[in-house]
Design a protein around this ligand. Structure first.
Ligand code: SAM
Length: 298
């Protein structure tokens, strides 16, 4: 008989995410129907379970990465904000993103893109996504998609000046994505853009309700490198406190990334998008006063 799967974050039928780093006095829980996979890869602890209400759930190092129920809210915003803000995003780079959700969204712009490169450090995540999240993994075999298995930091060092849009869809700073929150990483991103109109978007691993000081620190780290930096957010119930912040930056100080420069007709929007629309694009940059003042204060 196969051994019963277990995980330290699952007890009495509930998965619990606690983050001492982000906000130790708060936890997020999901009821577990069945543990589907648990192993440590070379890079991280990987758990996939079937929840009673959120479908299959991917957890890396104890932190929820995506659930079948609400993944579209995150994937659509992080992909379509830069893709619609850029007038002609031909070369696109995704750092991380092994679940395939962001790749699926970028490929919805297949009429304007020439190539989208996804650089994932952990092949396990891609293979598990194909098995347990087939809807998210639908873009891996697309002819315009190129999948590279290596450290994203190293890939950027080797591929400067090539991309119109770069999306960092990484895990949180504790683990293989640690370098993605440092000034040297943002310098590499800046130098990997084709020109001044290039757009970079990165998940901040924070939001205005958790550790605002930490968020401000990341925001100002990006400001050291890029003249234009903006904060926007997605509402995603399975991320602790239901929100995740994204930091958008460009070498063009005058670029207004809160405005979509391209759009799809209504039928295409209705067909392909569940979360994103051009009004939501603009609205996701609007912050409550206290957060705005605190974040932008030098
Ligand atoms: N949407 C998610 C979130 O913010 O919770 C992120 C999803 S995606 C699964 C994150 C991916 O980044 C993981 O598959 C992880 O293996 C990958 N990753 C972490 N560090 C990396 C690195 N140094 N280079 C490339 N990929 C990396």
């Amino acid at each position: 008989m196969a051994a019963e799967l277990s995980h330290p974050s699952i007890q009495d039928g509930w998965f619990r995410e606690i983050s001492d780093e982000h906000f130790p006095g708060q936890a997020f829980e999901l009821r577990v129907e069945k543990i589907l996979f648990h192993e440590k890869s070379q890079f991280q602890d990987i758990l996939v379970f079937k929840s009673t209400d959120y479908g299959n759930v991917l957890v890396l190092d104890g932190v929820v990465q995506c659930t079948e129920r609400d993944e579209f809210s995150y994937q659509e915003l992080i992909a379509h904000v830069p893709m619609f803000a850029h007038p002609s995003p031909r070369k696109v780079l995704i750092i991380g993103g092994g679940d395939g959700g962001v790749l699926r969204e970028v490929l919805k712009h297949e009429d304007v893109i020439e190539e989208v490169v996804l650089v994932e450090i952990d092949e396990y995540v891609i293979n598990l996504s194909k098995q347990y999240f087939p809807e998210m993994a639908s873009g891996f075999e697309h002819p315009k998609a190129k999948i590279v298995l290596m450290d994203g930091f190293q890939y950027l060092k080797d591929n400067q000046g090539k991309f119109d849009v770069i999306i960092t869809d990484s895990s949180d700073p504790e683990g293989p994505a640690e370098n993605f929150f440092q000034v040297d990483y943002f310098k590499l991103l800046r130098d990997s853009l084709v020109d001044d109109n290039g757009i970079v978007i990165s998940q901040s691993s924070e939001n205005i309700w958790l550790n605002l000081k930490k968020l401000k620190q990341i925001y100002h780290t990006v400001k050291e490198v890029f003249p234009m930096v903006k904060y926007c957010y997605t509402c995603t119930p399975s991320y602790t406190s239901g929100q995740l912040g994204l930091i958008v930056s460009s070498k063009n100080a005058a670029l207004d990334v809160a405005v979509a420069t391209r759009s799809w007709d209504q039928a295409k929007q209705n067909n392909l998008l569940r979360y994103y629309n051009s009004r939501l694009h603009a609205a996701s940059f609007v912050l409550p006063n206290a957060a705005k003042v605190f974040l932008e204060d030098e």
